[in-house]
Design a protein around this ligand. Structure first.
Ligand code: ZN
Length: 287
C-alpha cells in the first residue's frame, strides 16, 4: 500500500486506459523481447494506464496530470482503444467524495494530449475552459514554449485546446526548470522525451516519491536501453534516466508510473545488469 507519504494523503486516480503502438513505445527493443511483459493486440498496440496522482494535506489538494479528458472524439477513441468514463477525472474525484471545485493546484508534467487532455473541458456554451475552476495550473516555461510552437516530430501530441484556455483564464503559472513549487514539492526537468518535461518530486517526513511521467512510462522502461521511439532525443533520455535511477536506488524513492497498466509504484535497487524492483505497489482494479 502507498496511501500516504509523510503529511500527504496519496490517492491514485485511474482515469482510464488506452493503447499505443508497442514498437513506438519500446523504441529499438525487438518485439520478441517486449511482448513477454507487454503483450500486443491484433493491431500491435499495448496497454497503457492514465494514472493521475492526488496529494492532499488537508489544506491543498494537488492533482498531478489530467488524463485524456472528456472532449475526445469517437475516431480518436477507436484508434487508441480508449476505455474511460464520460468525465473521467470528475468521476474519479466524485468516488472519493470530492469535486473538481476542490482541486487547488494542477501540475502538468508536459502538454502532450494524454497528460494534459483533462486540463480543460467544454462549458455549456461550447467554450473551452479550465476543467478545475479554482486551481492554479503549473506548466514548465520550456514546455509551454514547445506547446506554442511544437517541433514537427511531436506536433501531433500538442493540442492547443488542452492548454491555451489556462492562460486565457488567468490560471496558468509558468515554472522555471528544476524549481520548488511548494514546501517539499519540486520539479526535476528532463528534455529527452520532449522539451521541458517536469517530473514531480514529493518529499515529506523523510520519504520521497517521484512522479516519473514519460521519463519512465512503463515498468519495462526501468531497463536503461528501453526508450520510447517517440522521444525527441533518445541518447539524452538514456543519460537522464541513468542519473535519475541511480539516485532513486540510492535514496529509496518511490517511483510513480502514470502509464503502467498493472503497477502503480516501485522502489528499486541496483542489480547486476539493470535495476531490480525491491518493493512494488500493484494496481487495485476496484479503484
Ligand atoms: Zn509525452
Amino acid at each position: 500500500m502507498l496511501d500516504s507519504l509523510g503529511k500527504w494523503q496519496v490517492t491514485p486516480l485511474e482515469t482510464g486506459d488506452f493503447r499505443l503502438d508497442g514498437g513506438a513505445m519500446m523504441g529499438s527493443v525487438p518485439k520478441v523481447l517486449w511482448e513477454k511483459t507487454n503483450p500486443a493486440d491484433e493491431l500491435n498496440r499495448i496497454d497503457l494506464a492514465l494514472r493521475c496522482l492526488l496529494l492532499d494535506d488537508g489544506e491543498k489538494r494537488i492533482l498531478i496530470e489530467s488524463g485524456l479528458g472528456d472532449k475526445i472524439q469517437p475516431d480518436f477513441k477507436k484508434m487508441f482503444h480508449v476505455v474511460q468514463d464520460d468525465h473521467p477525472l470528475e468521476d474519479c474525484l466524485n468516488k472519493k467524495d470530492l469535486s473538481k471545485e476542490d482541486i487547488t493546484h494542477v501540475i502538468l508534467t508536459h502538454l502532450h494530449f494524454d497528460h494534459a487532455g483533462g486540463a480543460t473541458s467544454l462549458d455549456k456554451n461550447g467554450s473551452m475552459i479550465p476543467a478545475f475552476p479554482n486551481a492554479e495550473y503549473f506548466v514548465s516555461e520550456t514546455n509551454w514554449e514547445s506547446g506554442l510552437e511544437p517541433n514537427p516530430r511531436d506536433r501531433a501530441s500538442y493540442l492547443p485546446e488542452n492548454y491555451l484556455p489556462l492562460e486565457e483564464n488567468g490560471q496558468l503559472i509558468r515554472v522555471r526548470d528544476n524549481t520548488d513549487l511548494f514546501d517539499g514539492i519540486s520539479t526535476i526537468s528532463v528534455n529527452g522525451h520532449t522539451f521541458g518535461q517536469q517530473l514531480i518530486k514529493v518529499e515529506s517526513e523523510g520519504e520521497i516519491l517521484v512522479f516519473c511521467a514519460d521519463l519512465i512510462p512503463l515498468k519495462s522502461h526501468l531497463k536503461l536501453p528501453w526508450i520510447m521511439g517517440y522521444d525527441l532525443n533518445a541518447i539524452l533520455t538514456l543519460k537522464e534516466k541513468t542519473d535519475f535511477l541511480n539516485m532513486a536506488a540510492k535514496e529509496g524513492w518511490w517511483l510513480w508510473f502514470y502509464h503502467d497498466p498493472k503497477t502503480v509504484a516501485v522502489k528499486i535497487s541496483k542489480g547486476e545488469k539493470y535495476f531490480d524492483v525491491s518493493e512494488e505497489v500493484k494496481r487495485d482494479f476496484h479503484n
